[in-house]
Design a protein around this ligand. Structure first.
Ligand SMILES: Cc1cc2nc3c(=O)[nH]c(=O)nc-3n(C[C@H](O)[C@H](O)[C@H](O)COP(=O)(O)O)c2cc1C
Length: 184
């Protein structure tokens, strides 16, 4: 797939199964995640790859978070199963650095670029995926278990795998709806 087609055809898909990206494909995805604009070279990101039993472990963290919120059994059980919606999940964490020059916002944006780049790299190699957050991405227990510092944020969980069926092709709004031209 050429680069422009990749940019114009990228879309999310949530019906995911094995095989998950592994080996060089997974390395490419992770490398794409660190090949993003980075003001000041702060590398304000880190990634956690969840595969196999680790998906259950993440589910357990989610379930504990719901329990701490006083959720009912159904909600706790739903949370426990959430990471099992794909064979591979990558957590993208903004590892925000204390910098006198680079604002926190810029570091969050850079980590967001990592998530986007990783989804694109997966798509380019024939995989599908979806970037998810949900309220648990902002939950104190989840943040603690994933070892976030005070200033850090969970930018998202990238669910990756192979599409269970052909994803529907999405039509996009024309860019003209969002653009104004300031031309002399
Ligand atoms: C920061 C962020 C968080 C998101 N969280 C969720 C989520 O929790 N659940 C969900 O279904 N979609 C979520 N989305 C949206 C999907 O990733 C996806 O973009 C959306 O379904 C539209 O599909 P498209 O990417 O094909 O346009 C999120 C997107 C972003 C950028």
């Amino acid at each position: 797939m050429d680069a422009l087609s990749l940019l114009l055809k990228r879309q999310s898909y949530n019906q995911l199964t094995e095989p998950a990206p592994e080996g060089i494909c997974l390395e490419n995805i992770l490398q794409a995640g660190v090949t993003v604009p980075d003001h000041g070279g702060l590398t304000p990101w880190r990634f956690i790859v969840f595969r196999g039993q680790a998906l259950d472990d993440l589910g357990e963290i989610y379930a504990e978070a719901r329990e701490a919120q006083g959720a009912d059994c159904e909600k706790i059980s739903k949370a426990r199963n959430m990471p099992l919606r794909a064979p591979l999940v990558i957590a993208i964490i903004a590892d925000v650095k204390d910098s006198p020059k680079i604002p926190r916002l810029e570091q969050l944006v850079a980590a967001g670029c990592s998530a986007q780049a990783m989804q694109m790299a997966a798509f380019a190699q024939g995989y599908q995926g979806i970037w998810r957050t949900g309220d648990l991405a902002y939950d104190a227990h989840v943040k603690k278990q994933l070892k976030l510092k005070e200033a850090d944020e969970i930018i998202g969980f990238l669910y990756l795998g192979t599409a269970k069926s052909e994803p529907p092709v999405k039509t996009r709004k024309p860019a003209a709806e969002f653009v104004e031209y300031w031309l002399e």
